[in-house]
Design a protein around this ligand. Structure first.
Ligand code: ZN
Length: 137
């Protein structure tokens, strides 16, 4: 069902404030930066081997990520698994009674198709499934 870990999402208050530290401490250069209006976030990707770390910062105080930071502070926000056919996986998950936040895929970073699984069904961790756009990994 899941082919690999696609990325780990880390919530930060501000990309601009956080980015230099990641570059200086870990020598990581961002491979992609994008505003994803639909999810209310600005996101930056770092490549780590074939996988990624995704920093996400809220676009405004009413967004889910802003509420997350307000209640829990910055930190690990979600784990994302890659899938090949998100429609098939969504159907399988729903049939298995998994509690979904999204029952339909939405558009994620780099034109991927994504859906979120409720933490209640994934060990208390917000979980994302990602079908990358053709040609990206
Ligand atoms: Zn993500």
């Amino acid at each position: 069902m899941f082919t690999r870990i696609d990325h780990v999402g880390i919530a930060v208050a501000s990309i601009d404030d956080e980015l230099p530290a990641w570059q200086e401490r870990f020598g990581m250069a961002p491979s992609h930066r994008e505003t994803v209006e639909e999810q209310g976030v600005e996101a930056v990707l770092f490549d780590v081997g074939e996988n990624h770390v995704e920093l996400i910062a809220p676009l405004g105080p009413e967004t889910g990520v802003a509420r997350f930071i307000e209640s829990r502070g910055p930190g690990l926000h979600h784990v994302a698994y890659q899938v090949q056919d998100i429609d098939a996986v969504l159907a399988q998950l729903q049939e298995a009674g998994v509690q979904m936040i999204d029952t339909e895929p939405r558009t994620g970073i780099r034109n991927s198709r994504v859906a979120f699984i409720h933490p209640k069904s994934a060990g208390g961790v917000l979980t994302e499934i990602v079908q990358p756009a053709e040609g990206s990994h």
